[in-house]
Write a protein that binds this ligand. Structure first.
Ligand code: ZN
Length: 292
């Protein structure tokens, strides 16, 4: 007989993820066939995928061209022994360890150059968009809009002062281009935080021509945004059937980690909005390739 504090592992324990402790909050069987494509397994994407795996998402397609580097270890949750391995392979190993019944396909590819990505989008129920480049977020937006597949994108503002999570739900919300149009019209530029560039940004942006580069935040700054993204993703996957998650009232959440001039007045400040499709954006067209 097992004594106090010891656990007898059955074959079932070893070969599946036991949801009995969370079943009263959500029912993972309801979305066992949901397929999620992920763009970016960095310090935001990895924790978002970890949590969605623990909450029952089981079928994955993972895209990231990069390997884990020693400079990532202050932000990325993976282990030193994984340095030099591709981020998608490390994530696949983690998912299958946590849920041996998961199905994971990996692509060591930049989605913009990938010949596989559009097919992944087409067969997915949701795309989780976690790159650090705006140009990639725009590309993912356009692919998802063309296929009418929902996505949840997250980005962390310069130096980790906060970030934003944005969900596109076809026929219900605006797309990422709508968000940009809205921001332009309303002179609402969240990334212009008036902080001035850090010395690393000066060097990377002007010295090396990396115009997308922005200084990183702390792991806690990044993961705060990643967890809001994972929460939003579950709300999109389970729009009606779960009492423990908020229904998607707002598809745009802006979260401030710390005060910053003209943007956040307090620590842990949150704003939520519902952004409808903007008139000047063509995202309401079902298939731009077909034309009228
Ligand atoms: Zn749009």
């Amino acid at each position: 007989m097992a004594g106090e504090g010891t656990i007898t592992l059955t074959e079932e324990n070893r070969s599946s993820l036991d949801y009995s402790r969370i079943n009263y909050l959500l029912n993972p069987k309801e979305f066992k066939d949901v397929r999620v494509t992920v763009v970016g397994l960095g310090s935001g994407g990895a924790p978002a995928v970890d949590h969605l795996t623990m909450n029952g998402v089981r079928i994955w397609e993972l895209y990231d061209p990069d390997t884990l580097d020693s400079v990532n270890l202050v932000k990325h949750p993976r282990m030193r022994k994984d340095l030099g391995r591709t981020k998608v392979e490390i994530q696949k190993e983690w998912i299958l360890d946590r849920n041996p019944q998961a199905i994971v396909e990996t692509y060591v590819e930049d989605v913009i150059l990938s010949e596989n990505f559009i097919d992944s989008v087409r067969r997915s129920d949701l795309v989780l968009c976690c790159p650090d480049k705006k140009s990639v977020r725009e590309f993912v937006n356009d692919q998802c809009v063309s296929q009418q597949v929902p996505f949840v994108t997250a980005s962390v503002f310069r130096t980790g002062i906060g970030g934003e999570v944005y969900a596109y739900i076809p026929d219900r919300t605006g797309c990422y281009r709508c968000l940009q149009l809205f921001s332009l019209v309303n002179e609402f530029n969240l990334s212009d935080d008036s902080l001035g560039l850090t010395s690393e940004e000066e060097e990377r942006i002007y010295g090396l021509g990396e115009k997308d580069f922005h200084a990183s935040g702390l792991s806690i700054d990044i993961q705060t945004i990643a967890l809001i993204q994972a929460r939003m993703a579950l709300s999109v996957i389970l729009p009606n059937s779960c009492t423990s998650l908020p229904k998607v009232k707002g598809n745009w959440i802006i979260f401030g980690n710390r005060p910053a001039k003209h943007i956040f007045r307090y620590h842990l400040e949150v704003k939520e909005m519902l952004l409808k499709p903007q008139k000047t954006c063509n995202c309401q067209r079902k298939d731009p390739a077909e034309g009228d």
